[in-house]
Design a protein around this ligand. Sequence first.
Ligand SMILES: [Fe+2]
Ligand SMILES: [Fe+2]
Length: 183
Amino acid sequence: MGGVLLQLPSWARVTAKRRGHIDRVGELIATWAREIGVSDAERGRWLRAVSMHDALKDAPKELLRELAPDPWDTDSLRHGPAAAVLAARNGETDRGVLDAVRYHSVGYAAWDAVGRMLYLADYLEPGRSRNREAQRRLAARVCEDVAGVLREVARQRIGRIIAAGHPLLPETIAFWNSLACDE
Ligand SMILES: [Fe+2]
Ligand SMILES: [Fe+2]
């Protein structure tokens, strides 16, 4: 593969392992951008969202709580909203990119292509260990059937939240309903 060298934002706080994940998400999303044939500007939006989405995942809890005091009262969900705050402070004005970063862990019904592609790539990047072959097949289908793969990925991700007995956030329910009603 190779070819995509993502530049992380100056405010990123990531471990080497996290950097590996972010790079794989970038590789996958760049492959889709090329196969779908989106413009360089659109590809740039997708890659900006990738570079920022987990940029604060390894940041201290205190910083995350300061930047994102209320997001869903769950520490593990603060890194997306916190990254969106720093992205905006550092000049990112693209609403679709900011929403992709902010909601990447939970889903968002009003996403444009950036949020949707990030949600897919974050889950389907090949470093994730579970069901690797099935995930690879899903990743390979994205270009011909984004809506179908998105529904399947959301079904798996949200199904796991339910299986673990966790409540669903309102944003996640609205996201799922928007997909289920798509057709
Ligand atoms: Fe994340
Ligand atoms: Fe991620």
